[in-house]
Write a protein that binds this ligand. Structure first.
Ligand SMILES: CC(C)(COP(=O)(O)OP(=O)(O)OC[C@H]1O[C@@H](n2cnc3c(N)ncnc32)[C@H](O)[C@@H]1OP(=O)(O)O)[C@@H](O)C(=O)NCCC(=O)NCCS
Length: 132
């Protein structure tokens, strides 16, 4: 699991119980999954198709720093299946885990299109390949 993104919990991220609002966490997860997929698949036209069961294990309060981790479960033909964990950066306590987030690669016509990828790639390796 790679943790690229960190967020600080602000007043506007809280629910009436003064803990982190679940909808905000889902928004962060969806954005992170989209970013991750666009970079991996090298295509901006990637949409969220499916998210498996979500289970908020613990919460966070104002001022906490949370980090969002992503990993690849499977490269499909047009799909990319990811899993995600959001945790408290300092305590490492899990806030939520999502075991299956299915993203779909689209062509210019908006229909699913093969992405041709089979493994995780790193931008630095792509840049090295371009310059050699
Ligand atoms: C994404 C979308 C184009 C897929 O269309 P579709 O007709 O279901 O596509 P297909 O049946 O050809 O399946 C495409 C891929 O999605 C996968 N898929 C389809 N339905 C799925 C489901 N319910 N759960 C998980 N994966 C699914 C298929 O297995 C396939 O993967 P593969 O190519 O790696 O084998 C269409 O459902 C859509 O536009 N949905 C709305 C997306 C959206 O607006 N998201 C929110 C905003 S980003």
């Amino acid at each position: 699991m790679r943790y690229h993104t960190r967020k600080i919990v602000k007043p506007e991220d809280l629910n009436p119980n003064n803990t982190l609002f679940g909808g905000r966490v889902l928004e962060w997860i969806d954005e992170e999954a989209a970013l991750y997929s666009v970079i991996q698949l090298e295509n901006k036209r990637v949409v969220t198709k499916f998210m498996s069961e979500i289970n908020f294990v613990s919460s966070a309060v104002q001022g906490d720093i949370v980090e969002i981790g992503m990993d690849v479960v499977k490269f499909g033909k047009s799909s990319l299946i990811l899993k995600c964990e959001v945790r408290n950066k300092l305590t490492r306590k899990t806030i939520i885990k999502v075991e299956n987030i299915t993203m779909v690669n689209l062509g210019p016509d908006g229909k699913p299109a093969p992405h041709g990828k089979t493994e995780i790639e790193f931008v630095k390796d792509r840049l090295n390949q371009q310059s050699s």
